[in-house]
Design a protein around this ligand. Structure first.
Ligand code: ZN
Length: 349
């Protein structure tokens, strides 16, 4: 099995100013840029200066407004042959879009997240809309990840809370993976487990859990990258995604107003960690409190009925994906918990 990991990795304040230099070092001098909606206006000037000073030519520019697969193919055919790399500037949608463009054209992609709401910026998969339905599609792991922590600090806090929720889910995902091995002999990749659990431990053990602290943001970014790499190493989403992710995917489908991926995943992680009798249950709660996740979600709660419906539908989301929710009695226990636990209650209305 061939494993690729990002070759270019820069996570630091003001990294965006130096992006031209980073690309030149990798011998990428002819590029295509894709921006998330509204981001060109914010970043165009500083990026142009950086590219021009390193003599990098931008041969194609586009703003991403959708993640429909038809639109991705159209973009792919518009990119001139001379382009050597694709640069994705934005949140999850723009990066997923570019990952698939790059996959079609077999070009390297440099992902430049402007917010860190999930681990998608460094993962091998892309979430796309195919015939109106969201589908997780195999794509390429980014060749490069460049994160300007000053940009992340200025992004709305809810995105960072979402990234934290996505990271905390490693505890419940790994539990489900090991459970799937015991019940169904699903192979567990020990190295991927190590990467994934270390990724979340780094977050847990960092003292000043302030989402405006540049060093803390650097830790979160690094951990999200590791989560992406764990998926590449194992060739599956198992090290990063268990029943808590199934609940979130189902919530995306049933809710009238879905929230951010990692916010939904975080709430589901709290609930599922109780069901699993996971020894990280209290740790998860503490980190949610220390970072501001609890305060944010209690002010912006998920819909209780939709959440319960999502739990019911979770086992139908992915074929051959055994988790603790594959047993009907566990679904009943969890729904009972959701209806009666007052701590969890603050996340739902
Ligand atoms: Zn996730």
């Amino acid at each position: 099995m061939e494993i690729s990991i990002p070759t270019l990795l820069r996570i630091k304040p003001n990294a965006l100013h130096k992006i031209g230099k980073y690309l030149r070092k990798e011998n990428f001098t002819r590029i295509a840029i894709f921006y998330g909606t509204g981001l060109k206006e914010i970043f165009n000037v500083q990026l142009t200066i950086s590219f021009e000073s390193s003599e990098i030519s931008v041969l194609h520019q586009e703003t991403v407004a959708t993640n429909e697969v038809e639109s991705i193919y159209k973009s792919a055919y518009k990119i001139p042959d001379r382009v050597q790399a694709i640069i994705a500037i934005g949140g999850g949608k723009a990066i997923d879009y570019c990952k698939y463009v790059a996959f079609i054209l077999q070009l390297p992609i440099i992902s430049v997240p402007t917010s860190i709401s999930n681990d998608g910026f460094a993962s091998p998969g892309a979430s796309l809309l195919i015939n109106g339905r969201r589908k997780s599609q195999k794509a390429k792991i980014p060749y490069g990840v460049v994160i300007d922590t000053e940009v992340i600090r200025k992004s709305p806090d809810m995105f960072t809370y979402s990234g934290i929720g996505d990271l905390l889910s490693k505890y419940t995902a790994i539990y489900d993976w090991k459970l799937a091995f015991r019940v169904n002999q699903v192979p567990v990749n020990d190295f991927a487990v190590l990467i994934s659990s270390n990724a979340v431990e780094i977050l847990v053990n960092y003292k000043n859990k302030n989402v405006k602290d540049l060093e803390f943001l650097r830790m979160i970014c690094g951990s999200l990258v590791m989560s992406g790499i764990a998926m590449e190493v194992s060739g599956s989403s198992r090290p990063a995604s268990g029943s808590e992710h199934l609940i979130s995917h189902a919530y995306d489908m049933v809710a009238k107003k879905p929230s951010l991926h990692g916010i939904q995943v975080g709430v589901a992680t709290y609930a599922v960690s109780w069901l699993q009798n996971n020894k990280a249950h209290n740790t998860i709660k503490e980190v949610m409190e220390q970072t501001g996740f609890v305060e944010y979600v209690s002010n912006n709660p998920l819909n209780r009925d939709d959440f319960i419906e999502a739990i019911l539908q979770a086992p139908t989301i992915k074929d051959n994906y055994y988790t603790i929710l594959s047993e009907k009695k566990n679904i009943d226990l969890l729904i009972d918990y959701v209806n009666n636990d007052s701590y969890l209650g603050q996340f739902l209305k």
